[in-house]
Design a protein around this ligand. Sequence first.
Ligand code: 5GP
Ligand code: ZN
Length: 108
Amino acid sequence: MDCIFCKIANKEIEKKFIYEDDEVMVFPDIHPAKPVHLLVIPKKHVPEFSQVEDPVLFQKLFVIAQNMVKREGLEDKGYRITINGGGAQVVNHLHVHVMGPLTKTAAL
Ligand code: 5GP
Ligand code: ZN
């Protein structure tokens, strides 16, 4: 399958991970929107949020996203956790954006 995040997951494309376990990988976004912009990604190909079948995957992704917030010292600096889906995403392999620092924002 021609999926960039699958190729990174199976090491077809070399990438330095910030965090990695059997199921999840984390690396910086190639076009950071904020000084910290990490992608928390399941290694298994899940096309998008609405197609997650195992709720335990949500737990894993969010616990790791929380760890990244702490690791980057964003707890009190403003951060945003984003999942784009339903066609708003560019890459059709589920990923959670962790971005910061940022200031208070009105509703988007
Ligand atoms: P989406 O709009 O799908 O939620 O976000 C996809 C993100 O993946 C974008 O922010 C884009 O910069 C990032 N991205 C796409 N290809 C690569 C890549 O090969 N390496 C990295 N590190 N980030 C990528
Ligand atoms: Zn994939």
